[in-house]
Structure formats: C-alpha cells, structure tokens
Design a protein around this ligand. Structure first.
Ligand code: FES
Length: 136
C-alpha cells in the first residue's frame, strides 16, 4: 500500500469483508466497511476532524476499535445529540464538574437525555477513581 494512494482497500471474500477508505489531501472523505466494522467510530472521527496521519493510515483497515498509535483525539462520542465526546466529558469531570456542570458547560444530556445514564457512570467513575479513561 502506497502512503499516497487515494483509495485504501481490503478484500476478504472468504469472510465477506470489504473495506475502502478514500483519502484526499490527507483527509478521509469516504469510508465503506462491510462485514467487519470495528473501526467505524474512530474513522468517523478522523473524517470529521481531518487528522488522518501516516500512522493512522497504517491502521485504517485493521479490525480495531481504536488505532494503537496516533490517537484520534476526541474518543467515543457519548452524547450524539450535542456531539460531546468521552474525552471532553472526562476532562470536565476531572476539573471538578458534576452532572449539572456537564450539562451547563458542554450541553450534553440536554436534548433527548439518552446519554444521561452514561454521563452519570462517568461522573461516578471519575469521582471514585479519578482516572483518565473509564471505557474499560
Ligand atoms: S444523546 Fe445526549 S442528549 Fe441525546
């Protein structure tokens, strides 16, 4: 695979897996994953953030929920309505925020409310363990 190729592809007909990532000017402009879709979330984040590094390119077709290097930055989107990520929530909680502060500052949990249980879980875990990641 050439590092400058605009279309990165992987085909595994025996397992009905087909993957394509279209790259233009170091930005991911299209993704099609069929049969194995673990990378969907982080590839979506790369499309939005435009941060497709050579390191991330190496892992674009791998069956990984997260690339092992060259992190994409925001992490999982917890509040889909307001596009608030796990990283933003953890950073805000580690700065001393509670659920109400999260709602006021990041606006997460203020639309459909379906993310509130997860926000509460983050609040508990961050206050209990004061750790950088609670997705384990
Ligand atoms: S997902 Fe957070 S308010 Fe809807």
């Amino acid at each position: 695979m050439s590092s400058g190729a605009p279309l990165i592809t992987y085909e595994d007909k025996a397992h009905d897996i087909s993957k394509r990532v279209l790259v233009e000017n170091k930005n991911v402009t299209g993704v099609r994953l069929v049969g194995e879709t673990l990378a969907t979330q982080w590839l979506r984040e790369v499309m939005v953030n435009g941060n497709f590094t050579d390191e991330l390119r190496r892992w674009a077709l791998a069956p990984l929920k997260e690339p092992p290097v060259g992190g994409v930055g925001r992490g999982k989107i917890v509040c889909v309505c307001l596009d608030v990520s796990e990283k933003e929530i953890i950073e805000t909680l580690e700065a001393g925020a509670d659920l109400e502060t999260l709602k006021n500052k990041l606006k997460c949990g203020t639309e459909c409310g379906s993310c509130i249980p997860e926000l509460k879980a983050f609040e508990v875990k961050c206050s209990t363990f004061n750790v950088g990641s609670v997705s384990d």
